[in-house]
Design a protein around this ligand. Structure first.
Ligand code: HAM
Length: 441
């Protein structure tokens, strides 16, 4: 017997139906926001991720050499691929570019609750628009998806932060350009680590000053309201004041989008990926439990870095299916799908082909129809129909065949009627509208 590899999942029909419920909501809400679906390969050149995604993801790559001696990797995320695609046709694409994708991703992580080695992401990205309106649009889309899935203020929160704000704070405490990436990385990990570990990383980044920087960072992380943040930014000169305006504009657009109840200012978010340049955010369960449900932000320089010549501002986020499903399940929001046919066709032994004919006809009209795959007696077929969970049985015996009729039986109420075969579809649609056949019929 073979098992799935660690961190990989099978999707039997019920699990697949639950996953498709998420995908349906992703598609419907993305459509409402006028995003277009795109797709891309799951195997990419290894180099695409080595520099662009940052060291954490690079260490988690599933990679190998293909038969043509190319170094390739299964995609751990979609953003570098999207940047490559858009850069290649940047001039031809009308702006802003609003694209989304639902697809499988692979990271060699330690499998644990909410974390697998294969998982699905819904990615939504908006390219070619540098203004705050693009950031607001995406946060609104993230909020709308969560709400459509049934999650409210009590269940989830979007923690909003900003890398530019962090850079202003880091400049203020004397961190230079070279030290910045390691310090940001230490801040990103600080929530999941013991203080000693963070201090150790900070000491590596800025020798001898780890403890002192740690204290300052902890103070900054406490800021969780707009007013305090604006006062701080105001003290950082022109750049700080400009950023304060951006924060104000973003918060007021988010209020107009009506997602503000879900948005919490939380400077502990900096995001682990290397390419983010501006506002960043992660969605979590409101209780703060578990890993992130989603994450994203602005990445204005990635396309230039990848293409060398195309400069396109960009912002986006991804929702993962694993933590989201866990959260929905916990809140009783994962619908249990009854995967039953609408109709089960039952025929006499000599009427088997007429039964198949009716099966084909009703299927073509859009009903989900099942029937016995071998000729058996009525009793066995009725049992099969019961087991299938079908609401209606169509019965064609000798008498019905001679009279060119068919019996429709409501397996819930036991009511039945006999109809002309030519009027079958019409009758089925009528019954469906009326909610079934009365048992006295
Ligand atoms: P990320 O934060 O690495 O961002 O991943 C986004 C979401 O994918 C996470 O919040 C989590 O739900 C899910 N996820 C990530 N890794 C795993 C895993 N090993 N197992 C299960 N779920 C996982 C990105 O990937 C960015 N590329 C998002 C983005 C799009 N930024 C701009 N555009």
């Amino acid at each position: 017997m073979f098992d799935t590899l660690p961190g990989f999942r099978d999707f039997p029909p019920e699990a697949c139906a639950r996953r498709n419920h998420l995908f349906r909501v992703f598609r419907n809400v993305a459509r409402a926001f006028d995003f277009r679906e795109f797709d891309a390969p799951i195997l990419e050149p290894l180099d695409l991720y080595i520099e662009k995604s940052g060291p954490e993801i690079a260490a988690q790559l599933f990679h190998f050499e293909d038969k043509g001696e190319r170094s390739v990797a299964l995609r751990p995320e979609l953003t570098p691929t999207l940047a490559r695609m858009v850069a290649a046709q940047a001039n031809a694409l009308p702006k802003p570019i609003k694209w989304y994708n639902i697809g499988e991703h692979f990271r060699y992580e330690r499998p644990q609750k909410g974390r697998g080695r294969s998982f699905y992401q819904f990615n939504a990205d908006l390219l070619g628009e540098a203004s705050i309106g693009a950031d607001a649009e995406l946060i609104a889309l993230l909020g709308a998806i969560m709400q459509t899935l049934g999650l409210g203020e009590k269940e989830f929160a979007i923690r909003l932060s900003d890398r530019q704000t962090w850079i202003l704070f880091l400049d203020d405490i004397g961190i230079d350009l070279k030290q910045r990436p390691s310090v940001l990385d230490a801040i990103d990990k600080s929530g999941r680590r013991k203080p000693e570990q963070t201090i150790e990383s900070l000491n590596l980044a800025v020798p001898g000053k780890g403890e002192q920087i740690f204290q300052k960072i902890e103070e900054i992380k406490q800021i969780n309201d707009l007013d305090t943040l604006l006062i701080k930014l105001d003290s950082f000169g022109i750049e700080g004041q400009a950023r304060a305006k951006d924060w104000q504009n973003l918060m007021s657009e988010l209020t107009a989008h009506q997602v503000n109840p879900f948005v919490k200012i939380d400077l502990s978010i900096v995001r682990g990926l290397a390419y983010y340049t501006g506002f960043v955010y992660e969605a979590f369960e409101a209780s703060g439990e578990g890993r992130a449900l989603a994450g994203g932000g602005r990445y204005d320089h990635l396309i230039k870095k990848l293409s060398g010549n195309v400069d396109l501002p960009a912002t986006g986020f991804a929702i993962g299916d694993m933590t989201l499903s866990d959260c929905l399940e916990k809140n009783g929001l994962l619908p249990s799908y009854i995967m039953a046919p609408d109709i089960f066709v039952i025929s006499g032994q000599d009427q088997r082909n007429s039964g198949i004919f009716l099966t084909a006809k009703t299927r073509k009209s859009g009903f989900a129809v099942s029937h016995s795959l071998k000729a058996t007696g009525f009793g066995k077929q009725f049992k099969e129909a019961g087991k299938s969970g079908a609401r209606y049985a169509l019965i064609i015996g000798e008498e019905e065949e001679i009279q060119k009729k068919v019996k429709i039986k409501d397996l819930k109420s036991s009511g039945e009627i006999s109809v002309d075969q030519t009027k079958l579809i019409q009758q089925l649609e009528k019954i469906d509208e009326e909610g079934g056949i009365n048992s006295s019929e």
